[in-house]
Ligand binder design. Structure first.
Ligand code: HEC
Ligand code: HEC
Ligand code: HEC
Length: 158
């Protein structure tokens, strides 16, 4: 619940500063604005895509603390995109046999690993918890929480 409230607080803050937008990241005055709809996530320009871009329903995720995803955000400066220089901006795969549950600080700079770890990692974690709850034969007061997609075509339709 704590986390949920924090998320809403961020939204309220953003709304109070008057900043919502459909375009990425900035309004005309250069203030931070928060994209409320679907953000289409694409690879860096130098990548020849094998898969279609991913439609990410940003505000559907606002029950989660902003800082879970925007993990370098201190709460005052503008939030920057994942592929910002020096973050997850590496366009080609490092040679590694790591799995998305244990990428190193180095290999996670590869943009695809960063998205897959965050997106699929969280969705699968929720699914796994739900499975455990179901297996524990607890009498449930409410429905299990929705988990996001983890199958390829659910995120990449083509
Ligand atoms: C589940 C993960 C997640 C959560 C939670 C989340 N965001 Fe985002 N946000 C993203 C992703 C992914 C992008 C797209 C950026 C990219 O891929 O480069 C984004 C983009 C943004 C941008 C545009 C950044 C740019 O590119 O200039 C802003 C601003 C932003 N989010 C603010 C927020 C705020 C405020 C909250 C909390 C209310 C929040 N986000 C919660 C994942 C998340
Ligand atoms: C911290 C956990 C978390 C992270 C990180 C996360 N998600 Fe989700 N995602 C969820 C939850 C929870 C739901 C279910 C929300 C709901 O149905 O209200 C969801 C739902 C979705 C849905 C389905 C929405 C619908 O209409 O049913 C899509 C698509 C999605 N996420 C894509 C992404 C992508 C792409 C990323 C990475 C950029 C991502 N998610 C990162 C937790 C997360
Ligand atoms: C929860 C959403 C999600 C799921 C599930 C998912 N991906 Fe992705 N994937 C992304 C995001 C976000 C990106 C970064 C944006 C982009 O490159 O399109 C990405 C990038 C990629 C890329 C690099 C870009 C490209 O087009 O070549 C490949 C390849 C890829 N994914 C393959 C897969 C495969 C194979 C699966 C199933 C095992 C899968 N993805 C499952 C969200 C997802």
């Amino acid at each position: 619940m704590q986390v949920k409230r924090l998320g809403f607080l961020c939204v309220m803050l953003a709304v109070m500063v008057g900043m919502t937008c459909d375009v990425f990241g900035q309004d005309s005055e250069g203030e931070m604005c928060v994209p409320m709809g679907v953000i289409t996530i694409k690879p860096p320009p130098e990548v020849t895509s094998q898969k279609s871009p991913v439609d990410f329903p940003h505000s559907r995720h606002f029950a989660t603390d902003c800082k879970t995803c925007h993990h370098t955000w201190k709460g005052e400066e503008k939030i920057q995109g994942c592929q910002t220089s020096g973050c997850h901006d590496q366009a080609s795969a490092p040679k590694t046999t790591e799995s998305y549950l244990s990428y190193s600080d180095v290999s996670i700079k590869y943009y695809k690993y960063a998205y897959h770890e965050a997106c699929i990692g969280c969705h699968k974690e929720i699914r796994a918890k739900n499975l455990q709850t179901a297996k524990s034969y607890q009498v449930l007061g409410e429905a299990l929480p929705a988990a996001g997609p983890s199958g390829c075509i659910e995120c990449h339709p083509k």
